[in-house]
Write a protein that binds this ligand. Structure first.
Ligand SMILES: Cc1ncc(COP(=O)(O)O)c(C=O)c1O
Length: 367
């Protein structure tokens, strides 16, 4: 029987050769590979005024971005409950309180009406999560933030390669973890036009050692530097950057495959009345996941039917307010409904056209 995994990396000999090349230089810590990766990402994003800072993960990117916005102990940040636990932990890592907010049922995006009811004098920021790359309501978040004097930090873990990001003057945190649109093994980056934030990020990722980034890029050590604030060991290393560079070089192929798979689902599932599709724009976005909503309480039945046919699926995500550590004692009904009904289908680049036709035929047979 066929076995189709829900998610997978997309590595080949290019990545293997890139890693081997770095290993043979004996310089595997942060250095020139990271510098080149940051330059290449900068060119890729196509925004001359923006800066790229590579870090260990998207979780690290979020944690450092929050710190760079001067948000700390006892401050509150509005976060959609329907996200990976990283978003919540990054807030806690700063001593701040992640305030779970409900989400809209059509796209899992933060429900700003609910968010408004959770504002207090301690609220300092909002973190919209661009769930499944759906970002059509993002302008409303910036307006909301302006009205309430909040910082916006975008969790763009699902959005690498989305053309629409180029227009916003924000702080974007991307993930290059093993199954994202590009992978470094583990990795992430912050893209922002705010120069003063970038300057702090570059030191904060290296234990706060002032100017260490520049010296490492020149192959030098920092023997006599000052430290003026809390820093972490959250930089990216040369091995991870080399993998990322190889992935970026083949991103047009990755984009094409992910968009092809998303478009096949969008066309083939649209007429099934028991399925609700997310408003995924597979022309401008490069979908990282492909969730569907299964109506009439049949999600688990469909998931089992697909598993029996060798097709792995997932439930992304368990809302964070249902986790003991983040429970604030209130219900968030839309997120809880989504949690009962959502199902992620395989979409990664190793899912062939033939696999796609197979998955679609099994889903259609089920309904
Ligand atoms: C929405 C969201 N935010 C943050 C992350 C964390 O990314 P990373 O694994 O690079 O820390 C993920 C990873 O799956 C994610 O899906």
């Amino acid at each position: 029987m066929r076995k189709i995994k829900l998610s997978s990396a997309y590595f080949g000999k290019e990545e293997a050769e890139a890693v081997a090349k770095v290993l043979m230089t004996q310089v595997v810590n942060m250095g020139q590979e990271v510098m080149h990766f940051e330059e290449e990402l900068h060119n890729f994003f196509g925004r001359s005024e923006a800066h790229v800072t590579c870090v260990h993960s998207c979780t690290a990117a979020l944690q450092l971005a929050i710190q760079a916005c001067n948000i700390g102990a006892d401050d509150e940040i509005l976060v959609p409950t329907f996200t990976f636990v990283s978003t919540f932990q990054a807030v806690r890592a700063n001593g701040a309180v992640p305030v779970p907010c409900d989400v809209d049922l059509d796209d899992g995006f933060i429900d700003l009406n609910d968010a408004e009811t959770r504002l207090t004098s301690k609220t300092k920021a909002i973190i919209p999560v661009l769930f499944a790359g759906c970002s059509s309501k993002i302008d409303k978040v910036y307006q909301f933030a302006k009205n309430h004097n909040l910082k916006v930090i975008e969790d763009a873990a699902h959005c690498f390669g989305d053309e629409r990001i180029a227009n916003r003057d924000g702080i974007f945190c991307f993930s290059f973890d093993p199954i994202k649109n590009i992978s470094c093994g583990d990795g992430g980056c912050i893209l922002t036009t705010h120069t003063e934030i970038t300057e702090r990020l570059k030191d904060m990722r290296l234990l706060g050692v002032i100017g260490d980034t520049e010296r490492r890029f020149q192959g030098k050590r920092s023997w006599n530097s000052d430290v003026k604030e809390l820093g972490w060991r959250l930089h990216m290393n040369n091995i991870a950057a080399a993998i990322g560079r190889a992935q970026l070089a083949k991103f047009s192929e990755i984009r094409m495959l992910r968009q092809r798979n998303a478009n096949m689902y969008l066309a083939a599932l649209a007429d099934i009345s028991e399925i609700q599709l997310f408003p995924i724009n597979a022309k401008t976005a490069v979908p990282h996941i492909f969730p569907i909503i299964v109506k009439n309480g049949r999600r688990n039945e469909l998931q089992k039917y697909l598993a029996d046919a060798g097709i792995e699926t997932g439930v992304q995500y368990k809302p964070n307010h249902l986790l003991s550590y983040f429970n604030m004692g209130y219900a968030l009904p839309n997120a809880e409904k989504l949690y009962d009904e959502i199902l992620s289908l395989p979409i990664h680049p190793l899912v062939t056209e033939d696999d796609m036709a197979y998955i679609i035929s099994i889903i259609r047979r089920f309904f």
